[in-house]
Design a protein around this ligand. Structure first.
Ligand code: ADP
Ligand code: ASP
Ligand code: MG
Length: 423
């Protein structure tokens, strides 16, 4: 008998109908002879609604209480899903992240899983139950506080449980038919990818393709857990993410895997920084001490007459306030002139392992953007990715232009989006 872990995202369980539909799919997997562990997200946009609510009572909510609040979303859906399954005549038990043995560090709102001890889950499925686990949450090893894993963290819960339970596969059910060459909400001509390597999927996820979370792919690669991303609304085969393609998983020998975009970042510019050793170190130490992660960094050439330069970097919008506060506090010791904050930016990235050996990809990317009249503000590259920052208003047009320029447009089907609000 095989063991499968299935994860259902918020759009798949958005309402009572969705929960009943998902319950049927889960029961089918059980009837096919599998042991089934299910990870479930909060219904629809519940997490966003809880965040809005918290911000109305406190502009910077305390991390511990914020996590306590957000985990309530997943607890609602896990209990309802277990009830719906029982209603179909099958045994199901729901568990919080803490009960499922998801142990994390103590960093509230973006905790990392450090251990998974799924004893209760194992017992439950060995007794014949379907185990339903609340995604996105755990309990801190020190302090035993309830933590959350960061937005989209249910994906990571699913892969971590799959690894701890030695599952055959981790199925991620969502509102599109798999991983596409671009977000199907933006590019109707995006193509479904049959198989993609962990390496390329990691870069797509890190660049904003939220169909899979970066940490989840990292975890799957470390423990070699194949992921099958597919729709909970259709019976179609989705996208396999793994080290090597298996069986009849088709490999496209494309240079480019896809185009990703991200509108969740902001840009901070530190204006008038003295051009001398130690300044960048002081700025980024202040940011790091505030536990803020940064993405791209660019330092401009200093004007010879003033000996001052500007340093820009990008970071998640949700961390913007913390970063600005930390820099303001350190202003006296660092000695810059002022700070600029811009949250109307977008990042567009082109990803593909073929980039390493194909000259001209960078040139083609910039030409496509220039033909679409899109101005580039920052550039960063890795071996298999090029990213630029543009104005947020230009993002959709830029993604489509790049997708077309690299020959990624599908000439047959239109990509289907079954649900979700895209929030
Ligand atoms: P869930 O609620 O199931 O976790 P998410 O909203 O987190 O769903 O992720 C699914 C969404 O990811 C899709 O609806 C789609 O808009 C978006 N997306 C972004 N990039 C891609 C891509 N390359 N392929 C497929 N979906 C993508
Ligand atoms: N409910 C959480 C979120 O919206 C976690 C998840 O869905 O993965 O971010
Ligand atoms: Mg998600």
């Amino acid at each position: 008998m095989g063991l499968v872990v299935q994860k259902y995202g918020g759009s798949s369980v958005a309402d009572a109908e969705g929960i009943k539909r998902v319950a049927k799919r889960i029961v089918d997997a059980k009837r096919n002879g599998n042991q089934v562990v299910v990870v479930v997200s909060a219904m629809g946009d519940t997490t966003d609604e809880l965040i809005d609510l918290a911000e109305q009572v406190s502009p910077i909510p305390a991390g511990r209480e914020f996590d306590m609040l957000l985990t309530a979303g997943e607890r609602i859906s896990m209990a309802l899903l277990a009830m719906a399954i029982k209603n179909l005549g099958h045994e199901a038990q729901s568990f919080t992240g803490s009960q499922a043995g998801v142990i994390t560090d103590s960093v509230h709102n973006k905790a990392r899983i450090i251990d998974v001890t799924p004893g209760r889950i194992r017992t439950s499925i060995d007794e014949g139950n379907i185990a339903i686990v609340a995604g996105f949450q755990g309990v801190s090893q020190e302090g035993k506080n309830i933590t959350t894993l960061g937005r989209g963290g249910s994906d990571t819960t699913a892969v971590a449980l799959a690894a701890a339970l030695d599952a055959e596969v981790c199925e991620i059910y969502t509102d599109v038919d798999g991983v596409f060459t671009a977000d199907p909400r933006v590019v109707k001509k995006a193509k479904k990818i049959d198989w993609i390597s962990f390496e390329d999927m990691l870069e797509l996820a890190a660049s904003g393709s939220k169909v899979l979370l970066h940490r989840c792919v990292e975890y799957a690669r470390r423990y070699d857990i194949p992921i099958h991303v597919r729709s909970s609304f259709s019976g179609l085969r989705g996208t396999w993410v793994s080290n090597e393609p298996q069986g009849d998983q088709k490999v496209e020998h494309a240079i480019i895997s896809g185009v990703a975009h991200d509108v969740s970042e902001a840009k901070v510019t530190v204006v008038g920084v003295p051009d001398k050793p130690g300044e960048a170190a002081a700025i980024f130490r202040a940011i790091a001490n505030a536990e803020v992660n940064i993405d791209m960094v660019v330092q401009n050439v200093s004007a010879a007459s003033t000996g001052l330069t500007d340093i820009s970097f990008t970071l998640p919008k949700s961390e913007g306030r913390k970063a600005i506060d930390a820099l303001e506090r350190a202003k006296g010791t660092i000695g810059f002139e002022s700070l600029r904050y811009d949250d109307q930016i977008a990042k567009i990235s082109l990803v593909g392992a073929g980039m390493k050996t194909n000259p001209g990809v960078t040139a083609g990317f910039f030409e496509a953007l220039s033909d679409a009249g899109v101005n580039i503000e920052l550039i960063s590259t890795s071996e298999i990715r090029i990213s630029v920052v543009t104005r947020a208003d230009d993002v959709n047009e830029a993604v489509r232009a790049v997708h077309t320029a690299f020959g990624l447009d599908s000439d047959s089907d239109e990509a289907v989006v079954y649900g979700g609000t895209g929030r």
